[in-house]
Design a protein around this ligand. Structure first.
Ligand code: NAD
Length: 433
């Protein structure tokens, strides 16, 4: 994650610099801006968990609802040893802008537990997840704040969380959590939604630059839910995915990687290697083992950070050689690095646009849970693609018309919607006149 502790303490203030940059281009009241500079509620909880050996461990957990004027809070839950309140607040801030950018009827929220889930047994993980819901139950709800998966949480954990909340409420509350297993009211296409949304944005935006797909090289940092599925979609479409990585490091093959084989090998052995399999015969192909820092600095056309925040910062921004960066992770580039990249003419497509496919299909899941009418995979994917294309195009047009970065354009687009909603509650001009 963002290893140095000091870099974490400033995550929220760094995130809100993007708001300040966008303010200059939006006719928005001072009152609305004042509200957007502070999270609405920040809950810190302690979660006691009985471990398998009989001992008791107490974990710290958080749930932040940043803003909910446009609708109930919406945001994932992260399990990671580096989780802090500051990080959860920044993630909730980004969710606020992401939901407004996609015109979803949600505000922004986020949650997390400071834990290394790899060190827990499955039973301990279940007790921790249910304990988290016990601790935050009063702060969430189908029309209050809706949970979803994030780093190191998945559909099974979402199922436990929905079940625990329903037990507390004494009724089935499917819509309080999205990203659930299909059998518990999940939506078709939710597992692939973030990658599918990112793929749609990449295709739509690269069409502006007339690149030849087969000659376009891609490096992806993070080979989890979002990164590995996106790698597969890009490879299938003909892009040359030359490097991928996980928390332990990466692999690089200039001729391109067979992503399906890399995925299969990683699933079986938990190691990342360029192993290609044909029928039952598998062989390791020539590849370099590289660090995450080396991956970020590769001479590729497209760089996709899909792991964690603050990966590209003032220390390594000058080393980046990619011409286009698509942020699949939340906050992978800090504001200092943004300036350096912009001066160097690198196009950065921001997280609140690129990774919004996940929350968009989470919205679809919430709608399906409330209506009891479930959609086909084709319906989900078509609606996702339509939404992503429309909003990506509007962001692009804004950036061209105002001659501003694509990130600032994305914030301007979202801020306009947030401003209208916040001002509809009344602002100082209304009360003075
Ligand atoms: P995940 O837990 O499935 O995968 C995370 C990946 O990052 C893993 O491959 C892990 O090994 C790798 N990783 C962890 N620490 C790393 C490090 N220090 N350097 C390099 N790689 C590292 O998580 P995910 O759901 O794929 O989420 C990845 C990013 O995408 C996060 O920033 C998340 O907030 C964002 N995101 C995810 C979704 C979603 O629906 N999954 C939606 C929006 C945004």
């Amino acid at each position: 994650m963002h290893s140095p502790q000091e870099s974490k303490t400033s995550l929220l203030s760094d995130a809100s610099k993007r708001l300040q940059q966008a303010m200059a281009y939006v006719d928005i009241s001072e009152d609305a801006i004042a509200r957007l500079q502070h999270p609405k509620t920040s809950l810190t909880v302690s979660i006691p968990v009985r471990m398998d050996d009989g001992s008791l461990k107490v974990f710290s957990g958080y749930r932040v609802r940043y803003e909910d004027t446009r609708g109930a809070g919406k945001g994932g839950v992260r399990y990671h040893p580096g989780v802090t309140l500051d990080e959860v607040q920044s993630l909730a801030f980004w969710m606020t802008f992401k939901c407004a950018l996609l015109d979803l009827p949600f505000g922004g929220a986020k949650g997390g537990i400071t834990v290394n889930p790899k060190e827990l047994s499955k039973a301990e993980l279940e007790r921790l997840s249910r304990g988290y819901i016990d601790a935050i139950a009063d702060a969430i709800g189908v029309d209050i704040d809706i949970l979803a998966p994030d780093v190191y949480t998945n559909a099974v954990i979402m199922g436990w969380m929905m079940d625990q909340y329903s037990t507390i409420q004494r009724k089935l509350c499917r819509g309080v959590v999205t990203g659930k297993p299909l059998a518990l009211g999940g939506s078709k296409g939710r597992d692939t939604a973030t990658a599918m949304g990112a793929f749609t944005v990449i295709q739509a935006m690269l069409s502006k630059f007339k690149l030849i797909t087969e000659e376009t090289t891609v490096a992806i940092q993070g080979f989890g839910n979002a990164g590995s599925i996106l790698a597969g979609l890009l490879a299938e479409a003909g892009y040359k995915v030359v490097a991928v990585s996980d928390s332990k490091g990466g692999i690089y093959a200039p001729q391109g990687l067979d992503i399906a084989s890399v995925k299969e090998h990683k699933n079986q052995s938990r190691e990342m290697k360029a192993v290609y399999c044909q029928d039952t015969v598998c062989s390791i192909i020539e590849h370099q083992v590289i660090s995450n820092q080396e991956l970020l600095a590769l001479d590729v056309d497209i760089l996709i950070p899909a792991a964690l925040e603050n990966q590209v910062n003032q220390d390594n921004a000058a080393d980046i050689k990619a011409k286009y960066i698509f942020e699949v992770a939340n906050g992978p580039i800090n504001s200092d690095a943004d300036q350096i990249l912009s001066q160097r003419g690198i196009y950065v497509f921001p997280d609140i646009l690129v990774n919004a496919g996940g929350v968009t299909v989470s919205y679809f899941e919430w709608v399906q849970n409330r209506s009891g009418w479930y959609w086909t995979l084709d319906e989900v994917n078509q609606r996702l693609r339509d939404k992503m294309q429309i909003e990506a195009e509007q962001v692009w047009q804004l950036s061209q018309e105002l001659n501003i970065s694509i990130r600032t354009a994305a914030y301007v687009h979202a801020l306009k919607r947030l401003g209208i909603a916040l001002d509809a509650k009344g602002n100082r001009n209304y009360f003075r006149s």
